[in-house]
Design a protein around this ligand. Structure first.
Ligand code: SF4
Length: 245
């Protein structure tokens, strides 16, 4: 309790009035606990807090706002309500949808809002005058991938099925950079990534990192004339399963 709180607003009469208001609002004396204190809101306005015992509102408190004019000791109740106490369970701060959305939230039929300050993009810059430059540098696009965007893309791709820890890499005898079906991307991302063009690869049509790989590598170590498909290790033999019919 602060010493600077008005003595009238902090006095017995004010506390009794606050208790009466809370009991009236709660309509059940078992929902009201002890007086927790008085907080100064303004020189003539104070907040009285009481414990609240209401199912689903653990840690919440009753609050009665009481005021008085500067020339009078007459008390006026402004409001009586429930407010979250320090130990109350409350929802996290609201975050705009655009800042909460994850790549996995986007469905085929979704259209995302324009982001004018997307740090993963930079303006392509030069005026669209020379048709050769336009085609060579792809300047018909207003914005292109920024250095930050390239770094983020590289980190993300290296972690998922595009990168060297993919499932297909586990059975590969060699890596994509040495494969005839590997077509590097243009620009600096091409130093680390390319497209797989092998119809017999699970990665066909997808971006793969240079150190990814799969069992359909163009220079496969399975000898010519051997069984076309070298089966991976048997995990489960269903003949061994006994069924009670
Ligand atoms: S076939 Fe396999 S090794 Fe070759 S580029 Fe595609 S994923 Fe890489």
């Amino acid at each position: 309790m602060k010493k600077s709180i008005d003595v009238v607003l902090n006095g017995k009469k004010a506390r009794d009035l606050a208790k009466k208001e809370v009991l009236e609002a709660a309509q059940d004396k078992n929902k009201v606990g002890k007086h927790l204190g008085v907080l100064k809101i303004d020189s003539r306005i104070a907040s009285h807090r009481f414990e609240a015992f209401i199912t689903g509102y653990e840690g919440w408190e009753w609050e009665v706002i009481i005021a008085r004019p500067s020339v009078s000791k007459e008390l006026t109740v402004y409001s009586t309500t429930l407010v979250a106490g320090k130990k109350a369970i409350v929802p996290p701060l609201w975050v705009p949808w655009a800042e909460r959305i994850l790549p996995s939230d986007v469905q085929t039929w979704d259209a995302l809002a324009y982001q004018s300050n997307d740090s993963k993009l930079v303006h392509s810059g030069l005026p669209h005058t020379d048709i050769n430059n336009i085609e060579k540098l792809a300047l018909w696009r207003e914005r292109i991938l920024s250095p930050y965007g390239k770094t983020e893309t590289t980190k993300r791709w290296m972690k998922n099925r595009v990168g060297p820890r993919s499932k297909t890499k586990k059975i590969a005898k060699d890596i994509c950079i040495n494969c005839g079906y590997f077509v590097p991307l243009s620009g600096c991302l091409g130093q680390g990534f390319g497209a797989c063009t092998n119809a017999f690869s699970p990665n066909d049509g997808n971006v793969v990192s240079i150190n990814n790989g799969c069992g359909s590598h163009s220079e496969t170590s399975v000898p010519q004339g051997a069984k076309y498909i070298s089966k991976s290790k048997l995990f489960f033999q269903d003949n061994d399963v006994k069924m009670n019919l």
